[in-house]
Design a protein around this ligand. Sequence first.
Ligand code: UDH
Ligand code: MN
Length: 346
Amino acid sequence: MGFCSPVCKTLRRGKYFVLLVLSLSVLAWITTFSGETVKSVSTDSASTQIIAKGDGLRDKFNSWTAAPNRVNPTPQKVKCPQESPLLQGARKLSFESSLKLKDVETENKAVTEGVYEPSDCIARQSVAILIPHRSRERHLLYFLHHLHPFLQRQQLHYAIYVIQQSGDATFNRAKLLNVGYLEALKDYSWECFIFHDVDLIPENDHNLYVCDQHPKHLVVGRNATGYKLHYKGYFGGVTAMTKDQFFQVNGFSNTYWGWGGEDDDLRIRVELQKMKIIRPAAAVARYTMVFHKRDSGNEINKDRMRLLGRTPKVWRKDGLNSCSYKTLSVDRLPLYVNITVDIGKP
Ligand code: UDH
Ligand code: MN
């Protein structure tokens, strides 16, 4: 609206120019006077650029951004205690026929894809539990039901791996456990491995699922044998070895098809390395074995004595370094990692 002559237009433009020069000089004055330069301060949530005038203001800004932490500090995770305060000692085990996998999943919401880690402290060891398996679904269900809470009471960072032998060729427990070790290490650098029969349930949580200076045999007694050690030198059922100990003995032999011998073979390998076998106190190393008959496809290995005789000669070439297999699937189920594998046949 209204009329503006060329003179009036020049005057208007001049007004804007003066305004611009004025604001620029004020800005220049501020920075020169304070002797400070433009600073960039990044906060936790986002990187924010501010112009801080002097150290006083910067400190104030830093204290503002730090304030939420002081009001509600994120708890610093410390190492879990030497002995877990959650241990309960000897417990009566139950094996309900009505138990369903869904129930066990609901009871163990803190487990993700078979892995658990304490939320309030840093676990003392990272442990992979390896279970050789074929057609023992009921036993596996009881195992998961008891072992997850058991391991959590021990405040461990752990994962459960179930290694399934595909097909119906003779069972090979030892080779499946070699596969479990090799496959689990692809996920994480587990420092400790527990080689675990699916049907053995620990009765006392003071039987710690951690590794030691020497390979450890965790089953001193089981219900079926009056809680007495099977025989001197028995190293079967449940054993714990560090990643390095197991590597040092070249793992299990791959050549034991059918029942028996593979655990004695592992003991020979351990002894050849001048390692000792240690055991927890008999009072805590107690297991209940869920009753079962001999499985078809896992007949007694009649060749086992001959094989045991040649272990000192062949262990370097027969083991982890010669374990050939074909992984058919890796399924990360809520409560365990299920690895189905073709390990061939005798
Ligand atoms: N396993 C399977 N499926 C099989 C065979 C073995 O999953 O078909 C696994 C399972 O983890 C089992 C482990 O291999 O716990 C060892 O096998 P096992 O339980 O048969 O070994 P155990 O020493 O055998 O318990 C005892 C023979 C049966 C005794 C007969 C009753 N008195
Ligand atoms: Mn058994």
